[in-house]
Design a protein. Sequence first.
Length: 214
Amino acid sequence: MNKRTVFAATLALACFAATGTSAQQMKVYRYNDRQSRVELVPFGGYAFTFSKEFYYGIASGELDMKDSGYFGVNLDINVRQGAQARLQYRRQDTEAQFTSLGARTTVDGALEYWQIGGLTGMPRGNVFPYFSLTLGGTRFLVNDDDIWKFSMIAGLGAKVYSSGRFGLQVQATFPFTFVDGGGSISCGGGGCFTSIGGTGVGQFDVGAGIIIGL
């Protein structure tokens, strides 16, 4: 099945689940009326990848992961009012394109994100707008290669609760995988200072999911 079709079906199903109650019920229900401490959130979306310049010996080129759909699942745990801890798994099946000296090579590949972090926001009625940040690893699967790199995902989103256990999540996130990195430590009369930097592969994506209270 086409990945865009899968994403469209997921979004339609999520919207149907979130709007399944009447408008009157939506006005009565409040974020604080949730009946569960843990939320399972299967989701899907579409990711756009920014190409990266790379160097190998004296040759230079460009690495790009083809834009495509993705799917995954969040496990969100309520910590306090307006804050949740998050465990996330996400996978994107795509193609990797390597371009160097006018020649382009395309191979099948996949990206997996394994993340842990949290989200925080200010609940408003039955809506919970939030900012999320997670850290973890990105697994590159290209042909027979299995490569792990450090990554982080920042995002903005909202959860709309239609009942104590069900709702809709919509969000936009900015995954960034560090491919190269460096750091330094220097000391002087004013003390010691550290710096950490790196370059990597960035993405932007939009998606939606269904909230299931456990």
